[in-house]
Write a protein that binds this ligand. Structure first.
Ligand code: AMP
Ligand code: MG
Length: 341
């Protein structure tokens, strides 16, 4: 599917109005959000939502997140809203938290990919909010990458994947968070299905009770095991290179990599470590600063592909705060290959 002209416009009142007009006509537009860029369409229009699946090459059974700009929009998408959802909305919206709730009949069926629930989020990014408000519609928006590729954190990443597939990309600069939203289901025991900037501990504090984390966040699904969230069963964030995460200190890492150094072998490391590592490096943030790792990771994975890396050894991130989300994305990019040094 190519041939469509793809416009790339900086965010301003004119481009926001253009995006809103396209969305109201059932078209797909890529928009910046604080997490990653989203591929948006009218969540109430089945044909429009189907265009998202086509543009991404997304499997039909992987549901989309619905983005709203106000609590007034919430009943358009969700019903039987529990008090926990209102507490979490008050604490974390607008922001990088998606809640899975029972869905309304009004939503386009494909949004939920056959489930009777829907993931809903109120983004904080001013451009995303302006587009939703101007369209006057809840917008279904998965990450704006081709299915299986790292999520886009710049408009250029979106262009690389979506050129010829969608009519417009709004350029709002770098995504400030850099990893996708935390997804929590509130149907049954509150359970984190995907870690993000908002942590399970922060959520538990607001709810005043325990919050589970789905096992599939840090371990592969067993053969035949049904995922709590359809996205868990797909290959994700995967560059062309084979990535292995090495658990150990920098000296151990350098020693291990030295024995493997041949053409096509790269390291994914923290800033300032390049001089200690005997193969070419791409960095992803600072060692003790998970927020910088989150903003850099997906871009680094794309860079490794551009450099033609065949085998990549990655320094392991910590797992506290947003570091847990970074670890989860890197684990998936590495197809769960982890080596203790
Ligand atoms: P993306 O839109 O690319 O950020 O992906 C959305 C993620 O949220 C995927 O991993 C989906 O499987 C998950 N998700 C969306 N809606 C639901 C739902 N109703 N129940 C469980 N997981 C969901
Ligand atoms: Mg995605």
């Amino acid at each position: 599917m190519s041939g469509m002209d793809t416009g790339l416009l900086a965010v301003n009142p004119g481009s926001v109005a253009k995006a809103a007009a396209l969305l109201r006509r059932g078209q797909v537009v890529a928009i910046p959000t604080e997490t990653v860029y989203g591929l948006a369409a009218n969540a109430l229009d089945e044909k429009a939502v189907e265009r998202i699946f086509t543009a991404k090459g997304r499997p039909q059974d992987n549901p989309l997140i619905v983005h709203i700009d106000s609590m007034e929009m919430l009943p358009m998408a969700a019903r039987k809203i529990p008090k926990e959802a209102l507490l979490l909305a008050k604490a974390f919206w607008p922001g990088p938290l998606t809640m899975v709730l029972p869905r309304t009949a009004r939503l386009a069926p494909s949004v939920s990919a056959g489930l009777d629930t829907v993931g809903i989020r109120m983004p904080a990014h001013p451009a995303a909010r302006a587009v939703i408000a101007a369209a006057g519609l809840p917008l279904a928006a998965p990450s704006a990458n081709l299915s299986g590729s790292p999520s886009p954190t710049t408009a250029q990443h979106v262009l690389a994947d979506m050129k010829g597939r969608i009519p417009l990309i709004l350029d709002g600069g770098n995504s400030p968070v850099g990893v996708e939203s935390t997804v929590i289901t509130l149907v049954g025991t509150p359970t984190v299905l995907r870690p993000g900037f908002v942590t399970a501990n922060e959520i538990a504090e607001v709810l005043g009770g325990p919050v589970a984390v789905a096992a599939a966040v840090t371990a592969p699904l067993a053969a035949g095991q049904a995922p709590a969230s359809p996205g868990m069963k797909y290959k994700h964030y995967a560059p062309k290179a084979e990535i292995t995460i090495l658990q150990g200190n920098l000296a151990q890492f350098s020693h291990y990599v030295a024995a493997k150094a041949t053409g096509g072998v790269w390291a994914l490391c923290f800033e300032g470590e390049e001089t200690e590592i005997p193969v070419p490096c791409v960095t992803y943030g600072k060692k003790n600063n998970p927020a910088t790792q989150a903003t850099a990771l997906f871009s680094a994975l794309r860079t490794l592909d551009e450099k033609g890396a065949k085998t990549v050894f990655a320094r392991a991130p910590g797992t506290s705060g947003v570091g847990f989300a970074v670890y989860n994305r890197l684990l998936r990019a590495a197809a769960f290959r982890v080596l203790e040094l």
